[in-house]
Design a protein around this ligand. Structure first.
Ligand SMILES: Cc1cc2nc3c(=O)[nH]c(=O)nc-3n(C[C@H](O)[C@H](O)[C@H](O)COP(=O)(O)OP(=O)(O)OC[C@H]3O[C@@H](n4cnc5c(N)ncnc54)[C@H](O)[C@@H]3O)c2cc1C
Ligand SMILES: NC(=O)c1ccc[n+]([C@@H]2O[C@H](COP(=O)([O-])OP(=O)(O)OC[C@H]3O[C@@H](n4cnc5c(N)ncnc54)[C@H](OP(=O)(O)O)[C@@H]3O)[C@@H](O)[C@H]2O)c1
Length: 271
């Protein structure tokens, strides 16, 4: 790919997770941008950059000339990581940017935002509170950054990840999270597979993850109660999951609060 002046970073590595799912490691030309775990930044490619041939066909451009396609992505690397910024991205076949992102090879150039933004962080969580981190698909990304940076550094805090994916092979970061759960008795990893009938027997939780939030066995699986004074809940990913899960948690007394006085429910919708 020819270099474009807008581009300010290089794809260092693309790690295949499953068809349509990959981890991208991107090296900025300048020093890495500071960020708080849970925040996002922008990735961008020019519209003229090649698109996956198997992606859905795109409408012709409405305006003449080239332009930068920009989308926000949660950072999954630790904030102390200086070598690259990592992102966990799923391919949207009808999308504008991702069919171009999935064409990139190591060494290719890309636009990387120069700032990180977002309030989906642990800054306002009392260190004594437990945390339930709920994600569909790539909604796991901000939690990877939190766990890799500092989330488990408070001795009293227990953390559980409830991650929904279609198949066991779509569970990105599964090995890292399972290893962390083996090493740290204050962390539990609960993957939920929604299409378990399409794969060899899966011994874990099944179905969509939303009903699990109402399941009486969830506190025991997490190792802590689902009560707003004791446990913060983070929801990230599919907008319908975030809406439906918020309703279940609101019925249990959870609130999102305000910017200056956040409640114990934290939301990030990906579209
Ligand atoms: C704060 C924030 C952080 C984000 N972080 C991540 C991340 O870490 N990883 C990640 O993969 N995505 C993330 N996203 C989503 C990302 O910004 C893009 O929306 C997504 O990659 C699709 O971009 P696209 O240009 O290919 O598709 P678009 O052309 O933007 O989308 C086409 C249509 O597809 C639908 N759509 C968008 N995203 C998805 C999806 N993931 N699955 C199914 N349908 C979808 C929408 O209806 C949309 O109108 C984040 C979004 C936000 C707001
Ligand atoms: N193997 C592949 O080809 C592959 C793999 C992953 C992603 N992708 C592509 O990547 C895009 C997005 O993938 P993704 O990983 O972000 O998400 P996804 O694979 O679409 O979904 C992740 C998980 O969220 C569940 N889910 C979907 N809607 C929900 C809702 N309303 N409430 C609760 N749970 C819900 C899914 O269950 P259901 O199974 O019931 O939908 C699945 O368990 C899609 O466009 C997809 O085509 C492709």
């Amino acid at each position: 790919m020819s270099s474009t002046p807008t581009y300010n970073a290089t794809l260092q590595e693309r790690i295949h997770v499953a068809p349509g799912l990959a981890i991208f490691r991107i090296l900025p030309d300048e020093s890495p941008i500071p960020f708080t775990p849970g925040q996002f930044t922008i990735l961008g490619l020019m519209r003229s950059s090649p698109r996956l041939p198997e992606a859905e066909e795109e409408e012709p451009p409405t305006r003449p000339g080239d332009r930068l396609i920009r989308r926000p992505y949660s950072i999954s690397s630790a904030s102390q990581q200086q070598e690259y910024l990592e992102f966990y991205i799923s391919l949207v076949n009808s999308g504008e940017l991702t069919p171009r992102l999935f064409m990139l090879q190591p060494g290719d150039r890309i636009f990387l935002g120069t700032k990180a933004a977002g309030l989906f962080t642990l800054e306002q969580v009392d260190p004594a509170c437990n945390i339930l981190m709920v994600a569909t698909g790539t909604g796991l990304a901000p939690y990877m950054s939190m766990l890799r940076t500092h989330a488990l550094s408070h001795d009293q805090r227990q953390i559980t990840i409830l991650q929904g994916a279609r198949h066991s092979w779509d569970l990105g970061y599964r090995a890292e999270l399972a290893a962390l759960a083996r090493q740290n008795n204050r962390f539990r990893y609960l993957p939920v597979v929604s299409r378990s009938d399409e794969e060899p027997p899966w011994g874990g939780l099944t179905g969509r993850l939303t009903p699990w939030l109402n399941n009486p066995s969830l506190p025991q699986l997490c190792g802590f109660p689902l009560e707003p004074d004791l446990t913060h809940v983070f929801l990230c990913g599919h907008p319908e999951m975030v809406t439906d899960a918020s309703q279940i948690l609101t019925d249990k007394g959870y609130t999102t609060g305000t910017r200056s006085a956040p409640g114990s429910l934290h939301l990030e919708k990906y579209w």
